[in-house]
Write a new protein. Sequence first.
Lengths: 848, 380
Amino acid sequence: MASSTKPHKFEGHDGASGLLLKIFLREQKKSPGPILLTLLSVTIGVAAIVGVDITSHSALSEFERANKLNSGLATHQIVGDVRGLDENIYTKIKLDGRFPNAAPIVQTEVTVNSGERSWQLLGIDPLSDYRIRESGLLGDGYMQQIEKAWPIHVPDTKMWPIGSTLRIQYGNRQVDFIVAGEILNERDQPDTDADGFLVTDIMWAQAFLKRLGLLTRIDLRLNSETDARQLQSILPNSVRLIDLQTRHTAQRDMTRAFRTNLTALGYLTLLVSMFLIYNSTVFQIARRRGMLSQLRAIGYTHHEITRILGTELSIIALTGVSIGVCLGYLLSSLMLALVTDTINILYFDLAQSSVRLPIETILKSVGMGFLGTAIAGVVPIREAGRIAVKSLSIRSFEEDKALTLSRKIIPIGICCFVMGALLIIFSEQSLAIAFAGLFLLVLGPAACTPWLIHQICQVLAPLVGNTLGLVAKLAIVNIRSHLSRTGISVIALSLAVSASLGVTLMIDSFRYSVDNWIHHYMRSDLYVVSTMPDEPYFSDLFRSQMEVLEGVESAGYSTRISIQTKFGLHNLLAMDISASSFRGFMIQTPSEVDLWKQFNQSRTVLVTEAFANRHAISVGDQISLPTTQGDIPFEVIGIYLDYSSEHGLLATSWANFNRYFPNSGPTTVSVVLEPGIIPSDIKQRIKNIEDAPEQLLIRSNRELREQILYIFDQTFEITELLRWLTLLVAITGMIFSLVALQLERSSLNAKFKAVGFSRAQLTLQIIFETSITGFLAGLIAIPLGLMLCMCLIDVINVRSFGWTMMTRIDPVFIFATAGISTLSASAAGIYPAMRMWRTPITTGLRDE
Amino acid sequence: MNRVVIGVICLFMIGFILMSRIDNQYAETEPVQSVSSILSDSTSSRDYDYAQPDVVMQFPGDHGAHENFRQEWWYFTGNLKSQEGREFGYQLTFFRFAHASRSEIQNAWNTDQTWMAHLAVSDIQSNRFQFAQDMSRQSLGLAGVKIKPFRVWLNNWHAAETEPLDSDRLALHLHAEGDGFSIDLFVKSQSAPVLQGMNGYSQKSHTGKSASHYYSYPDMETSGQIRIDGETFEVSGTTWMDREWSSALLEANQIGWDWFALHLDTGDKIMAFQIRQEKGDAYRYAVLIRPERQTIPLNVINMNPTRNWRSPKTKIDYPIGWELNFHSEQGTISLEINTLIPNQEMDLLFRYYEGAVQVHGQIGSQDITGRGYMELTGYN
């Protein structure tokens, strides 16, 4: 009616809008709750995106950085066995002349001044290294490397000034190096990417490590595959030429799954946040229903109201995004530490990188923050602008609408579910699409939660009324009638809770599978390895003495070497073990068949499930392996379960290994003790064996098992962090909307008090109402969580890592899920109950 | 109000963009390094031998290394033509540097000798200059020199004896390759080496504190192949080989040298150099080598640059045109030297100019022309 009437024009159009905005902001100041929730939602949503993005970026750039200094522009590497590479091979390559871009490297991991952090000591030949790394590294210090004893270049001379002493330790060796300068980049500037590295001349590195005549590797920059083939032809069979491109791609792929998982959780948090933004926007509009109605009555148009509400939301979004970016930046430091630890354990050594804030991340998060807020806020704002003056002040209208909406949303929810399922089925190898499918799969049913709660309450109300009395019935009725306020929070909560349950069950199943695998696989009592990289092998003399060692029933031997197959770089596990140890292998295909005989036949291999899945290998296939006699096909006789390498592994018998591969001896000994022998008693006896490597690491079955599970738990710390972040957002949102709802009902509560409800009854009613809401949301989340868990185990993990696992549904987690949801909602009732307790009836009634 | 919000958002974004760009503000600059910064031995505690005037050169022994001298080189420069008349210049040099080593370290990488080699080819017709370098320690057989049969090498670059001649003559195969170009040349000396300076003792300063042992094969008959970008040219011509070793090539106030090795169409050869000082007159020396090997020291009247060329890459001005005037028994020798192509800058770890030149001028009243090589060092 008043839509065509302009407001009083004493300040002009912009002035009127300004005035309106001031009114709105003043109103917000009086009761900042809803606006703070919107702000918090935007902030946490953006922070999650920024945190995950920075972490992912930084981890990746740290990987690139480490590679840059480690391999520079190298395309290939020549490596020998664990002990090293004969340096005469370098001479051969350089004198050949066809491969001028070659540089010898002596490298190892060391510690400095008895610190815990490990550093890469890189011994280079500056006269050839510039061809690979294009940086001086040592700058003009070639001569200084000779003039002064034990010189070393460090990433930062502020930390270690020139001339200071660094005690560098490697095994039981230690030498005091003198800081000679900084590691330089190609512009002769201190290399900011050199963190984690210490560089010295190759002569000092070789002398320090006592690797006389041995290199760690030769880095090469080859122009073509033809060059690689020609080089291969002049190399002895005992050394391997590795294509770094393949290796880097493999490493990047390995972390890809890990990073995709993180990103998915980040977006889940944003999605949950969007629900809450929507919820709080609706809430703010509802709360100011009276005021908006008055404004419309005095002549403000719906267009103006929409515009001002939009402006208000933009300011909130801007503030939330700004705080979110900063918070995300801070969060990323914590996340990056966790991610770096995980990558170090699982994939390759990365130094803790500095957190960087790339412009893409800022643009992306700002865009996502604004877009998320806009999408979440546009519907309620438009509605507020369009609804007629009369309707604005009628609250029941809103509840009716909410109910209609919750009904309307069901087909959309079903569509989401079906689309999600289809995406998962047809996403093939794309993880991103599979994750999008998962979102939809969970979001669809979660969107139906308000309607489901409505239906449940409708059924429950009379039942509860008959059994638990009026107070309980009233609580149930209230839930049903307040869905316009709680519905979205309920969706957000059930989404977050189901995601949390799904992820928790998946991790638990995974851990259970790994534990089970260790139990099967590790049947020996002690595991022995040498900790001296230049003395990793156990000699025949050691083996013969081991056999007669008192208390030892049997010993198995194994080693791993890297081989380049047509599928890339893989580890080949060679085993000299007994039939009973072999039966510890969890052979999946062919099932129920004893492969022991076949395993000991010539040219046979077992492959891990991850290898078979990734490369579509079946039993009976032939795989060509690079042997000392050239490429020879090996028959795949079985596929076994293994969680030790997500990249995949091949296993062969010792006889095959001896015949076809450069065999320097075993590197691991697994010892089965005679019954009654205590592992700790025999450790010293093993160390005393003549010809045993200088330093041995002997771990009992239990120690090794604990260590593996510790690594496992570390791996999922970051997932846990994000899971809790999402839950936190959802729970906060739920608590807030319930608190706000209850506070708004203070006049109703006062009426109840006035008609004779006791304070205890009212408190009970409020807490019962919020608890039931939480409980129902949790209850609905349980099947969703189970479904998510199945998808993660059977689809995402198989695609990410190529391995299957057993599904274990621990009821504890299910109860915990319902419990968290219920408890958080119960907690939401406490504050309004206390307030109601303190508020005199008159105050409550005066608001009417 | 909306405009204010948009303004704030813009400012906010611009701020972040600027912040994130701060890291990228380093200017793209090339490293400037010189041979002295790579291989300088000024702080070395090692004792070296120094050039002495009374040393008598002996062959083939002096073709080999003099490891207790700080620097030494085997220097080949040549002017060649293909069968079709296409003109080329080339340079192949093996440098040896002595320095300290560590007695406490017992591995192959600990050595007191380091090698560097330079290769360059000037393709005059296409105005193209290509160059390359290689370096190595004298370790693991990667670089070194052997006297019998003579061979100096660095990785796969070498100058190796092809046939045994008299002890003071050499017939060598030169091989070296850079990225996309290579040389395979056979050079043969026509007679015994020319001992430069005083029986091979070559003074380098007015005070006589800097000097080297120096001999040359000024006219080695040359034939072989030059390959550029997959194209092979059968070439022939003349190579000038210099051998020099010293522990004190420059005095503290000397900043560089200009050196000329010229083949004249009369069969005469001229070697001339000046070593420039920061202050004061340059030290100059020149010699005329007659076809019958007689060496006639020349009085240098002047050695003046006539034009400069600025390297587009390093922005260094090199004097690529010269006017040289000498007194001799035959009368005044006036030569005009110009590079065959301007860009022959060796922009390597040690930066200098080494290029093929053409000569016009007179000896007395006789017009002469010629070809040769010019080396300019110490220009910044």
